[in-house]
Structure formats: C-alpha cells, structure tokens
Design a binder for this molecule. Structure first.
Ligand SMILES: Nc1nc2c(ncn2[C@@H]2O[C@H](COP(=O)(O)OP(=O)(O)OP(=O)(O)O)[C@@H](O)[C@H]2O)c(=O)[nH]1
Ligand SMILES: [Mg+2]
Length: 420
C-alpha cells in the first residue's frame, strides 16, 4: 500500500472515531442537561411549596388534611436544624431498671423524630432507685438534660385505707377470671400513681407541659413542629393519639363512682365538656362492638401511654378533688382501674372539649395498636415509615373510639381554619 493510501485510511478512521464519539458526547450532554432540568424543576417545585414547619403566621393557609388526595410533596426544609424548644416542658417516662433496652428504643425513636431538634429534657421516674447503667445509657441517648426521680413510697404503695382482706379476695377473683393484669399488685400501684401522683413528683413541679413516653414504643413520622408550642398557641391542654374501648371487667364501678362525684360536685363539670364522647352509644359505621353495657359509660378511653398534656390541669382543684374521691373508694385495688380511663373521664368531664387535641398526624405504635396517617402527602412530607393498612392501625377499626371522637369532638382537618 502506498504511503498516501495509509495516511488516508488513518485519517478516515480518526474522522469516524471523532464522529462517533461526538454523537455519543452530544447524547450524553443532552441527557445530563435533561436530568439537570428535571432536578431543577423538582427542587423549584419543592421550594415553592415552602416548608411544612408549624408557623402561626401561616395558620389559615391551606394545607393537606389526612384524608387529602393531594400528591404534592411537602418538605420541611429546616427539618434538620436545631431549634431548642422554648416551652416549659419535659418528656416523662415511668420505667423499671430492667426495661432499659426498651426505654432506649423509645428514646431513640422520639429523639430521631422530634426531640433531637428541640432538646427538651427527659424526666425518668421509678419506685426504686435507678441504677448506674440505666442512668448512663439514657443520659447519653437524650439530646437534652436528664433527671431521675425516686417516687416516695406513699405515692406508690397501697394507701392505709385499703382493706387488705378485700384486696386479697379481689386479686384472687380477678386472677381466676384471667383479667388482664388482674393478678398484679404492682400494675395497680402503677395505675394509681399515673392517675394521681405523676404530676405531684418534685421533679415535675417546675414544668407546665409533659409528654408521656413508655418503653418499647415507636414514633413513625417526623413531628415537624413543637407539639408543646402548638398546644399552647392553640389553647389545647390534653393531646391523644389512640382511643379504644376499655376492658369492662377492670372498671365495673368506675363510671358510677365518677357520676357520684359529679352529682356531689356539679361545679366541676365543665359546661363544654366531652361527656358525649364517653356516653354516646349510637351505632357508627364500621363499629360492630356490643354496647349493651352495665352503665352509661361506653368504655371509650384515650390510650394514656401517649399523652401530651398540661400539668396545671392535673394540678387543678377540680382534678385533685376528682382523683381523691376515686382514690378513697379503693377501686384502684378492689378492681383494677386503669389510669387511661381515669384520665379520660377526668379530661372529658372537667376540661373544655376544645382543649382536647387528637394528634392524628403523628404515627405511633404501642403494641398491639398503632396509628399511621392516612394521607399519602402527609406520610411523605413527614418521612413516615408505616402502612396505614397494617392490621395494627386501629383508628377506624371497630375497637377504636376515634370515629366517636370525630362525631363528638368534631372532625378537624389539618387544612381547616384554626387548626395546624
Ligand atoms: N418503675 C416502675 N414502672 C412501672 C411498673 N409497672 C409499670 N411501669 C411503667 O409504667 C408504664 C405502664 O406499664 P406497662 O407495663 O407498659 O403497662 P401497659 O402499657 O398497660 O401494658 P403493656 O405495655 O402491654 O405491658 C410503663 O412505662 C412501665 O415501664 C413498676 O412496677 N415500676
Ligand atoms: Mg405499655
């Protein structure tokens, strides 16, 4: 082959390679530009939608309800900022030393979902001194300060007016009847303590707000706001997340005792109470529960393992009189009155209905039940990890009282005026 032929072949090859690679490069460049535009539009959209962070100024603007079909993605752009909470509040856990692992699980979940941003202090309470291992691990897990309180024995143990023979008999009877925790002495102490003594503990005196947490619970979604602040700004005093029916055999005389109290102290019944929530027996769709009960109480109660509340309500003259009246009747021991129905009856009768708030947007699990926001947009914006169809999600199941709360307390949507 002649020299110029060789040169020609080489040049042709170079041209072919250049041509190939330029079309490859153009293609690549186009796709990068396309992707860039796509991301740009995506982030612009997100920016336009603004934050989902609670802002009192934006209170009346539209936002999605939990049953919204909106597919817009709402991102709280400041979700990872540290904005120390300013409310006079603490997170409270009554817990035993041996529940350390379960306590840490709950703490990790609540810190990740809410408190690492706000750094509210934790208060741990126990009927025996906390051990060093518990204190070390929980104080390292908390983003805020931690305090550890020993409950005085008179706030925990059976009071002197309990007739021991009657107590032993009922203990045996409830054990034989296989009533849940019917055989447990400490469970009764715990229920009485949570009903009438947690807010009297010295460590809680300095606070106005509390958030009750139990071991082994999970929070499924980012909070995206400070619930204490939100409650204060919206005039709320008691927040719940799950409401179900109580086991009737644990509280045979509770409601009648409460009614006796109200009859003797009518001044304490709030004129705008939620009495209908605890007495409404009408049949609601999806509710096939048997409601031929021994008295007018429909057994609905706010599940007290999750509570965000105002301590001044519990310290009020009305609640104090209410608790003391119940306590003197001995039902915490002769029956097995739970702190959940006791709080619920107190809150429903003595508190203004408008001061009660259903935190429907905070996914939560305490075995065997949970709550998971039904709105897809809400789950995305709050980075929820839960399935609203899961069998543990109880909100509109037959054993739930949420539909009854909606009926009586009013169904509010997050986009409604005046809600958040
Ligand atoms: N210090 C202390 N805490 C207790 C005692 N009994 C229960 N608790 C705490 O009180 C709270 C309620 O007790 P739980 O055993 O969770 O009762 P429950 O939620 O009705 O039932 P389960 O969670 O299903 O067992 C939890 O925070 C427990 O850790 C006790 O004897 N001493
Ligand atoms: Mg529990």
């Amino acid at each position: 082959m002649r020299f110029f032929q060789k040169v020609w072949i080489v040049i042709t090859c170079i041209i072919a390679i250049l041509f190939q690679s330029s079309s490859f490069l153009t293609e690549k460049l186009n796709s990068v530009v396309y992707e860039q535009n796509l991301f740009k539009t995506y982030f612009e959209n997100i920016r336009q939608i603004k934050t989902f962070h609670y802002d009192p100024e934006r209170k009346f603007l539209t936002r999605p309800a939990t049953n919204s079909y909106s597919q817009k993605i709402l991102v709280d752009e400041s979700r990872d900022d540290i904005t120390p909470g300013r409310e006079n509040a603490t997170i409270v856990m009554l817990v035993r030393n041996w529940e350390l692992d379960q306590a840490l699980e709950s703490m990790r979940s609540l810190e990740d979902r809410f408190n690492k941003k706000y750094r509210y202090p934790w208060t741990f309470l126990n009927d025996v001194p906390f051990d060093a291992e518990f204190i070390e691990a929980t104080s390292l897990m908390a983003s805020g300060e931690t305090e550890y309180g020993l409950i005085p024995s008179e706030d925990w143990n059976r009071p002197p007016w309990i007739n021991e023979t009657q107590f032993e008999e009922s203990l045996q009877q409830m054990t034989e009847a296989k009533v849940l925790y019917g055989d447990s002495r400490s469970y009764r102490n715990m229920c009485r303590f949570n009903s009438g003594f947690f807010y009297k503990q010295q460590l809680l005196q300095k606070y106005e707000w509390y958030f009750r947490v139990e071991p082994s619970v999970q929070y499924y979604c980012d909070f995206n706001y400070d619930p204490f602040q939100v409650m204060r700004l919206n005039g709320k005093k008691y927040g719940f997340i799950i409401a179900i029916h109580e086991y009737e055999e644990t509280i045979p005389t509770l409601y009648d005792t409460v009614m006796d109290f109200i009859e003797e102290n009518p001044q304490y019944l709030h004129p705008n109470s939620s009495i209908d929530f605890i007495t409404d027996m009408s049949s609601l769709s999806n509710m096939h529960i048997r409601l031929d009960l021994a008295n007018d109480y429909n057994l609905c109660h706010f599940w007290s393992n999750f509570e965000i509340g105002n301590l001044d309500f519990f310290r009020s003259e009305a609640y104090e009189a209410f608790f003391n009246y119940l306590d003197k009747k001995g039902g915490f021991y002769y029956e097995r009155w739970g702190d959940a129905p006791v709080h619920t009856l107190g809150v429903s009768l003595l508190m203004d209905k408008d001061e009660i708030h259903y935190f429907e947007d905070i996914g939560y699990y305490h075995g065997p039940f949970g709550n998971c926001p039904s709105s897809n947009a809400l789950r995305l914006s709050k980075r929820c990890v839960c399935d609203p169809q899961d069998e543990s999600v109880v909100d509109i199941e037959e054993h739930s009282c949420i539909p009854r709360w909606w009926k009586v307390g009013g169904k509010t949507f997050l986009k409604d005026k005046g809600t958040f």
